[in-house]
Design a protein around this ligand. Structure first.
Ligand SMILES: [Zn+2]
Length: 399
């Protein structure tokens, strides 16, 4: 699981009363409720090590700040009085943004990882950063106008490219053609929301680890396949790997075929040139397909050329995963986007290829699965980034 020592340990501070201790304990409580779903006061007491009266005071403070609410948990009560169940309020939201080459998506995501609504703006060509900002503003305004009961605390952006932490400067997004774009700063200026940006796949990793198939796993690799290539996020010992400038785990640009095709990064034979949605679509004779249509096509096809291309891509993917396993020794490899669809079509072939290409102890027990959050994944990850200041200091952040 993600090491929740960042930004605050999920153990409560039972020390002397002061403002910092109180804010820390409010943070611990709200973070538990956000990541785990509704909990009784008794469960909160057990998880945090705080006594009942302290929990009661903290819940009251979070309720007054409209960050949580309580219901009576009649189902769990058994004999005796029903126990109040504390919920993080899904009306406390972040705007989550995912710009890509064929569309810009903006969603409204509440505490608890609830995607209330999202809007998609289709594009015929990759947008400039300035155009993307205009479209984001338009979609965000539309979303907020339709959800006046929601309180937006910030904006998170999942970018298919290298994003410098913590400034949110997009250093390079090769498929979008962006270089050194101060995206987070400009969006903050235009919208008035505190805005943070991160690499899309790394945010997908965080979302799957907190809310999806990666829950409870400390060592995992997430590979995200999109129209912009293959992004990745790596969790090592419960901590996401960021690297010196936040660029770690660009696994899509691992060289796997020295005689392969030219890559947008300027090199040749990267994983994402050999395993590519564009190549699948060109065999299909399609310009684009939505994720569900693509999956149905891959699962049901009897087309020999398409099947051969799927096998070719699975074999390269298997070799690449075997290489990643020898570097990171993960327990789980999660596949999202078109990689999930490809895996679902040929699961045994991928498993066999990884086993054959690995040193045997590294492949033993290595699980490969699809990401679970589907098309909400990147929005939930982007929102998580934007909700961090609130979670770290629940009553110290102005909406
Ligand atoms: Zn490359």
């Amino acid at each position: 699981m993600v090491d929740r020592a960042e930004p605050a340990s999920l153990r409560a501070d039972t020390g002397t009363r002061n403002v910092q201790t109180r804010q820390h304990n409010l943070s611990v409580l709200l973070t538990h409720l956000h990541h785990s779903g509704p909990l009784t006061r008794a469960e909160l007491t057990r998880r945090t090590g705080l006594n009942r009266s302290t929990i009661s005071a903290l819940v009251t403070e979070l309720t007054e700040a409209e960050l949580v609410y309580e219901t009576l948990d009649t189902a769990r009560a058994g004999v005796g009085r029903p126990s109040p169940l504390v919920h993080a309020s899904p009306k406390v939201c972040a705007l989550a943004v995912n710009p890509d080459v064929d569309a810009i998506i903006v969603g409204l995501v509440g505490l608890g990882g609830v995607v209330h609504r999202r809007l998609r703006y289709s594009l015929k060509a990759p947008p400039s950063a300035a155009r993307a900002i205009k479209i984001v503003c338009q979609l965000a305004e539309q979303l907020c106008a339709g959800a006046r009961e929601c309180r937006v605390v910030g904006m998170g952006v999942a970018v298919p490219g290298l994003v410098e932490a913590p400034s949110g400067l997009v250093t390079l997004a090769p498929h979008l053609g962006w270089q050194k774009e101060p995206l987070a700063a400009e969006l903050a200026q235009v919208t008035g929301y505190a805005t943070v940006a991160g690499n899309d796949a790394k945010l997908g990793l965080i979302a799957e680890t907190l809310f999806g198939a990666g829950q409870g796993v400390s060592d995992l690799i997430y590979l995200n396949g999109s129209t912009s290539g293959i992004g990745a996020g790596v969790l090592c010992g419960g901590r996401p790997l960021w690297g010196a400038r936040g660029f770690a785990a660009e696994l899509g640009h691992t060289l796997i075929n020295s005689s392969g095709s030219a890559c947008d990064c300027g090199r040749r034979g990267c994983l994402e040139t050999e395993v590519s949605l564009g190549r699948l679509l060109s065999v299909l004779g399609e310009g684009s397909l939505d994720a569900d249509q693509l999956e149905l096509t891959l699962l049901g096809t009897s087309d020999r050329a398409l099947k051969a291309e799927m096998r070719r891509q699975i074999d390269w993917l298997g070799q690449a995963i075997a290489g990643f396993a020898s570097v990171f020794n993960p327990e789980l490899v999660l596949l999202g986007g078109f990689l999930g669809a490809l895996y679902r079509a040929l699961p045994e072939r991928l498993q066999a290829c990884v086993s054959q290409s690995s040193m045997s102890p590294l492949a033993e027990g290595l699980r490969i699965e699809r990401a679970r959050l589907g098309s909400d994944l990147l929005l939930v990850g982007a929102a998580e980034l934007a909700l961090q200041p609130l979670l770290a200091s629940p009553t110290g952040v102005e909406a």
